[in-house]
Ligand binder design. Structure first.
Ligand code: ASP
Ligand code: MG
Length: 425
């Protein structure tokens, strides 16, 4: 347990909450109404910038830096327009162009990725801190890479969480300098020992917020979303969703692991270790219900929770000589999986076959299959749905999956999961 003798709060804003000038102004208003004392504000890249930078990287790898620059111009223009509308003057072009230059000089593709996409977070934090200064906040820009020290596993870098409080000394000093200091810093990014930028995996800003909370011994973390807290199901997929007002860390961890996309799965554990509560609040409606995730031992949500992942793949494989899947095979499989970067959502095995279910990602899947080599046969089925229900009952599950074919099923006292295939008519 670290020293928590202060009332610092970490506020995290995702891409949607800073997607244009109006959204950035709204963040200013929210902070004005919600901040007492010093705080760290963690920001993602604006809107869909990370996706767009991924496209630029594709062009860089295929066609070279000149084409990539051309592709990147629309991103720069959009950012410059937002800055102009907010009345702030920052050299955003320089941020993107120097990231592209650094990326172009790196040989490793994943290192190039990290160097380039981090520009999205660098730009959004410059814009937000610049804007907050014009609104008379004691805002200060800070480089998250000075605190989030990672290994060299580019695109899904690991953080030594045990050292995070130590790394946060500088931040704590800055926060204490003034009664109402606002430090604006990036989610998603870190730095490896060689000094290169790394990233924590897509949607990793929630995890950054948790790490920074541990680094400063925060009183609480607030994740601002466009939904009213954590719901029992995704409102885009299910009708009649409800906000879960209080959720135990353990339950939140399970839900995010099963694919509830509200919070990045790595976020919960560091907060649980330090006993820092996490609030999920709506930036759209301050009066909407909200969720508090903390230690509520033994408490389970009073309603069933549903998680649907619509685009998963089933990869079945086995030893090419039709022998049993033995422990020796399993150790090869898991080593290959770890290398491939595939995040497995469900697995099952029989005597001669091993089944893996994961979010479709053709690049990682190919990497995995190629890595297995000649010794295994493999078969892939794409376009399946994985439905997870917690704290429900068999009848509800049957209702929800009626008209679909069950490809695989797993059940324990709290969790019931079905891998489903749409029936073709
Ligand atoms: N900007 C990054 C992404 O879109 C990180 C985040 O949003 O959390 O994945
Ligand atoms: Mg984002």
């Amino acid at each position: 347990m670290q020293i928590k003798n202060h009332h610092f709060v970490v506020h995290k804003f995702g891409g949607a909450s800073v997607k244009n000038s109006e959204a950035v102004r709204n963040v200013g208003t929210l902070l004005n109404q919600n901040i007492q004392g010093s705080a760290v504000v963690v920001v993602s890249a604006m809107g869909k910038t990370t996706n767009e930078l991924e496209n630029v990287l594709g062009v860089l790898n295929k066609e070279g830096v000149v084409s990539a620059q051309a592709q990147m111009n629309s991103i720069i223009d959009a950012h410059e327009a937002i800055a102009r509308e907010l009345g702030i003057n920052i050299d955003l072009r320089l941020i993107f162009e120097s990231a592209l230059k650094t990326a172009n000089e790196l040989a490793d593709e994943d290192a190039r990725y990290d160097a380039l996409v981090a520009a999205g977070e660098d730009a959004s934090t410059r814009v937000l801190s610049g804007y907050l200064k014009t609104k008379n906040f004691e805002a200060m820009w800070s480089d998250a890479r000075d605190v989030i020290l990672t290994d060299t596993k580019h695109r899904s870098a690991r953080v030594n969480e045990r050292k995070i409080y130590e790394n946060g000394a500088g931040l704590r000093t800055s926060l204490s300098e003034m009664p109402n200091r606002i430090i604006v810093t990036q989610g998603f990014i870190g730095r490896c020992p060689a000094g290169r930028t790394t990233t924590l995996g897509r949607e990793g800003s929630d995890y950054s917020a948790a790490l920074l909370a541990c680094a400063i011994g925060a009183k609480e973390v607030v994740i601002w979303k466009d939904v009213p807290g954590m719901l029992n199901a995704d409102p885009r997929v299910f009708e009649h969703t409800e906000t879960i007002k209080e959720l135990d860390y353990g339950e939140a961890l399970e839900l995010s692991y099963y694919g509830a996309s509200v919070i990045h799965p790595r976020t919960i554990k560091p907060l649980q270790n330090e006993g820092i509560p996490l609030f999920v609040k709506s930036f759209v409606d301050l009066n909407a219900p909200q969720t508090r995730i903390a230690s509520y031992p033994g408490k389970v949500p009073g309603i069933p929770m549903y998680i649907s992942r619509p685009n998963v793949s089933l990869l079945s494989l086995g030893p090419a000589d039709n022998s049993f899947v033995g422990e020796d095979h399993l150790s090869t499989l898991f080593a290959r999986l770890n290398k491939s970067g595939i995040h497995v959502r469900m697995m099952q095995n029989s005597a001669v076959q091993f089944d893996l279910v994961f979010e479709e990602d053709s690049e990682r899947r190919h990497r995995f299959v190629e890595g297995l080599g000649e010794g295994f046969w493999t078969k892939t089925e794409k376009g399946l749905e994985l439905l997870t229900m917690r704290h429900g009952n068999a009848e509800l599950m049957d209702q929800l999956t009626a008209g679909k074919e069950i490809v695989m099923e797993q059940k324990n006292p709290s969790t019931h999961r079905r891998l489903l295939r749409a029936i073709k008519v």
